[in-house]
Design a binder for this molecule. Sequence first.
Ligand code: NAD
Ligand code: DAU
Length: 349
Amino acid sequence: MRKILVTGGAGFIGSHVVRHFVKKYPHYEIVNLDLLTYAGSLTNLIDIENAPNYRFVKMDIRVFEEISNLIIKHQITDIIHLAAESHVDRSITDPNAFVSTNVLGTCNLLIAARNFWKDNYNDHLFYHVSTDEVYGSLQETGFFTESTSYDPRSPYSASKAASDHLVRAFNHTYGLRTVISNCSNNYGPYQFPEKLIPLIINNILSQRSLPVYGQGQNVRDWLWVGDHVMAIDLIFHKAISGETYNVGGNNEMKNIDLVRSLCNILDRKLGNKEGTSEKLITFVKDRPGHDLRYAIDSSKLQAEMNWSPSKMIMEGLELTVDWYLNNKAWLQSITSGEYLNYYKKHYSN
Ligand code: NAD
Ligand code: DAU
């Protein structure tokens, strides 16, 4: 019997992970721990909230005592750690929030897991979900591999890099069984509209300008969130302790091309004249320290676990747009209050 603590399970990727594990593994107990910050919402999990093998606990990973008691109370056997402050722009405005949740929060979880599992490390796994941004930024060519040196360049990526180092340190120093995956940009249903793809969809739907940083020449490697979840499932069950796996979509795109594709898809689906939404594109002040390009070499995961991304970007974008069109109530419910304040403050500069 596995009792898996998923942290950040009410967020974008975490909610997909929770749903997948609850449905696919009815014999596992899934405990979803989430603080429900602006980025987390239980509406992401309504379809499984009453599943017998699922429970939700509202908790802050920065509070060691509570985390520690929870792990003991639920006799947690494994942890899949996704809780984090995850938006680069917010990290530029408020780096401390990222250090406290991403670094101290991760360290709290590691200490609590070590304390509880120390008599029998072999039966337990601490799986840390991380980002390709720890590797820094690429020019036009090349890929990040698992042996690329860390070179984080934003407060967000620096905090994630620090958390990766802590996970490896706990593996090396104490023998805690750990695994890390570093993934490229995810997209799909339930993504909070501060991130590029849902932000552009939301702004087209509400006829707001479409902010493209700089000249839109930055490149990201886009991965369908469901493919990330499949990778997490495989890595969780098959990985060797201490290993790292890169996860990427083989779907590199310049931001401006991505935004134009979303405009075309939405114009078609909304019955607009071709070119209508592109008129909303506005080039705005660049993100400070904006990484030019991320590109992931995920051949290790493909070779060892036979994983590969199932969706190319255009198919995934169609599905994503359909989801947001069919879930306008969800979008409305999370774009009030805090979101409006953030949006006004961030995009008025
Ligand atoms: P998200 O911002 O959508 O969700 C983060 C979740 O963590 C939210 O539900 C939030 O409430 C929770 N949380 C934040 N602070 C907390 C705290 N102190 N205690 C408990 N819960 C807290 O993020 P996401 O995009 O789903 O990313 C999940 C993880 O995957 C993060 O660790 C991120 O670094 C990593 N990642 C994300 C991407 C991506 O493209 N989104 C890519 C690679 C890796
Ligand atoms: O690479 C993985 C990372 O991808 C994750 O670790 C992060 O949690 C996730 O937020 C994401 O980071 P990015 O900074 O790449 O994602 P974001 O959606 O914020 O931006 C994607 C690109 O679009 C980036 O080059 C900045 C640009 N952009 C973003 C926004 C929000 C714009 O041009 N305009 C915008 O309004």
